[in-house]
Design a protein around this ligand. Structure first.
Ligand code: HEM
Length: 149
């Protein structure tokens, strides 16, 4: 039979608890100054969103969906959202993602088109590739809400 000496269990137990604590710390949304700074802070992000808007208008895969929207509001809210997601000192005060996109029947092709345009806009603003990827990674958890899955 296995020897279940309680003294032998203490060390692994403590290690396990320490790992859980470290894990929790890295999961909470601690501001990540480096990504926010790599994006050029709020001003840099605002420039990216402006260029994204031009790309959306030109893109026949998605521009119909955006017809008639309040451009200034979209620009302000998406800038805040990306600022907050990148660890910047902003608070997103726009509408809730699922509710906002729920009637749009957004397809994978359209979701990808928007992500592609965001990458292009970051490219146009000389954002380093690593920072581009990290921002996209932070947007991915929004995918099920935006696709209404
Ligand atoms: C990563 C993907 C996406 C993110 C992070 C995102 C985020 C946002 C944000 C922050 C707003 C502004 C919210 C507000 O003003 O309250 C918005 C509005 C909007 N989004 Fe998205 N979105 C995404 C994908 C898409 C896609 C793929 C489409 C359609 C093809 C789309 C269509 C729209 C439209 C039409 C509006 C304006 C709605 C209105 O003002 O009535 N979005 N989105």
């Amino acid at each position: 039979m296995t020897n279940l000496n309680p003294k032998r269990l203490i060390a692994p137990l403590m290690l396990g608890m320490a790992m859980v604590l470290v894990g929790c710390q890295s999961m909470n949304s601690q501001p990540d100054a480096s990504l926010y700074q790599q994006l050029g802070e709020r001003e840099g992000i605002a420039n990216v969103v402006e260029d994204l808007l031009y790309l959306i208008v030109e893109d026949d895969r998605i521009n119909q969906q955006f017809k008639g929207m309040d451009v200034a509001q979209f620009h302000h809210n998406l800038t805040d959202q990306l600022c907050e997601l990148s660890g910047g000192p902003c608070t997103y005060t726009g509408r809730e993602m699922r509710e906002l996109h729920s009637d749009m029947a957004i397809t994978d092709t359209q979701f990808n088109a928007l992500a592609e345009n965001l990458i292009l806009a970051m490219e146009q603003n000389d954002i380093p590739t690593g920072a581009q990827n990290r921002l996209i990674k932070r947007l991915l958890p929004l995918y099920p809400d935006i696709r209404n899955l």
